[in-house]
Each structure stands twice: as structure tokens, then as C-alpha cells.
Write a protein that binds this ligand. Sequence first.
Ligand code: NAX
Length: 328
Amino acid sequence: STSPVKVAVTGAAGQIGYSLLFRLASGALLGPDTPVQLRLLEITPALKALEGVVMELDDCAFPTLDSVEIGDDPNHIFDGVNLALLVGARPRTKGMERGDLLSANGAIFTGQGKALNDHAADDVRIGVTGNPANTNALIAMSNAPDIPRERFSALTRLDHNRAMSQLATKTGSKVTDIKKLTIWGNHSATQYPDIFHAEIGGQNAAEVVGDQGWIADTFIPTVAQRGAAIIEARGASSAASAASATIDAARTWLTGTPEGDWASMAVCSDGSYDIPEGLIYSFPVTTSNGEWQIVQGLEIDEFSRGKMDATAQELIEERDAVKELGLI
Ligand code: NAX
């Protein structure tokens, strides 16, 4: 067996946490030979509920679960962590303005960014699931000047997985036949799920679909609005699928993309595809040895360009708003 990995999860007593912790503890991230040390952060009033979740973790007797620590102080919980999954965030409540939402989350992610900066392990990688995920990642990254920027990422893997599933159903194929799908931009309704570079069984996916109208009028809005459809059906936002995607994203980052495929990750733009430098924008990436690289050289047609720019524009506005608030 290998040395233990220390994984922090914030918002651990929440909906996503209730699925995520059990998957992490059972070895879904790094397999049966890597012991997992969980370090769980919650706000003080949620610590009691979190204690209950820890009782259940104990009761699973997971062979891979080495230890669990809980607390409400990020400086303590983030101490020595190799992976930080920032799930906890302030949801938008009725009557809350966008600025209020950004400042409430700003307070969380500035503080957590600083605590990671000061206490995380040198090899730390940080994945942000809590919404608005891209901009929360930007805030954490900007408040952690000693952590390389490439160590921050926001979750668009759920969108990626949703797109895989929709495309598989439409074409009667298996998700395992689909490669090189891309989510561009923000984890929001402006995201652009792109199948023009994707392959199904080695054939171009858009050609297999053969129906541009379906792509523009059904596929893209279905993927972009899937979160709302889940809320409508379930009466609660996606949780198990979000937890699963959070693990998929971290596993891909740490263990690499397969040859001939890529994944979608929102990472700090280096100006690739004319996306403004410094935005946390979802790109097609390959990963190996814990590092990601943006896939270069894809041909972008006018349709794709318009969608990529529209979602970039939304992220520029979010960035400018948090700059205005002094959060970055
Ligand atoms: P819940 O409201 O069930 O849980 C959030 C938890 O975070 C709560 O227990 C709360 O006490 C805790 N929390 C709040 N502030 C905290 C802080 N400063 N430190 C530590 N914990 C804190 O939400 P849940 O359904 O679990 O969703 C969590 C986040 O994921 C939300 O922001 C949600 O919008 C976002 N999502 C992101 C997705 C993505 O694909 N990127 C998809 C699913 C989900 O909507």
C-alpha cells in the first residue's frame, strides 16, 4: 500500500458531502491501496450534523479510510492537505442580489484561499465545486499567492458527464465510445458543450448526429439546463452526480487522461483560444503526473466562437464584480 492522501472537503455536512465522503472513503479516488485521511470543514452550526455523518462513515468500516478529522477552522482543517475539494458555498436565497451572492461567497473563498496558502501541503491541488464555481476558484486562487495558479480548478466535469450521457442516448452509443467532448467556459447556463471535436467510435460526433438543429436547439440547452431540470424533478439540486463528477475530476487530474482522449476542467486561462488570461475558464485538457495542459490547435468555427466568447464575457463580468468588491 502507498502513503495516505489527505483530502479536505468543505461543506461536508451538505447534500453533495453526503455522497462524496462515502465515495472518497471507499477508495473511489485512488483505489483500494491508498489510505484516505479525510479532513472535513463545516460552519459551526453544522458540526453536529457532521458528527452524525462521521458516525455513519465509521459504521461503513471502510478499509481505505485511515482517519477523519472535522472542524470549523480552515487553518486547522487544511493543514497538510494534498487535495482540497471546496464544495461548501453560500447558496442564492430569495431576494438576494447577485452582488450579495458574490460577497457572501467572497468572504468564504478569500478566507479559504489564505488558509490553503498558509497550511496546505506543497503538492496541494484545489477543486472548487461550490457555486459560482469558476469565480469562487478565481477568488481562492487570488488569495493564495504562494500556490501555483495551475493548482486551482473549478468543476465542469458534471456538465461534461451530462453531455456524454445525452450524446450517448441520442446516438445509441455507449459513453465509453465517446471521446474528446469539451465543455467551454463557465459552469452556468452560458457554458458551451462542444461535440464538433468529439468522436464516437472514432467517427466525428457531429457527423454521427448529422443534425445541426439538434445540437443547437436540444443538446446544448439540455446540458446547460440540466441542473434546473434536476431541481424541478427532485425538489433538490443534483448531489450524487455532482459528487461523482467531483471525484472524476480529481481522479483525472491526479492520475491522467487516457491516450486519445481529454477531459473538461475550468482552469486559469493562459490566453489559449483568445480567452482572456487569468479567467477560470473550462477548456479541453489532458493531464499527466498531476499537471494539466490545454489541448491546443482545435479549429473553432463561427458558431463555436460565438458561444465561447459569450461564456467568457459572463466570466469577465463576474471577475470585474469581485474586483470591484475588493475580493481579488
Ligand atoms: P448544501 O447547501 O446541501 O451544502 C453546503 C454546505 O456547505 C452546508 O452544509 C453549509 O453549512 C456548508 N458551508 C457553507 N459555508 C461554509 C464555509 N464557509 N465553510 C465550510 N462549509 C460551509 O449544498 P450542496 O447541494 O451540497 O451543494 C454545494 C455547492 O455545490 C453549492 O454551491 C451548489 O450550487 C454547488 N454545485 C455545483 C455543481 C457543479 O457542477 N460545479 C453542481 C452541483 C451543485 O449545484
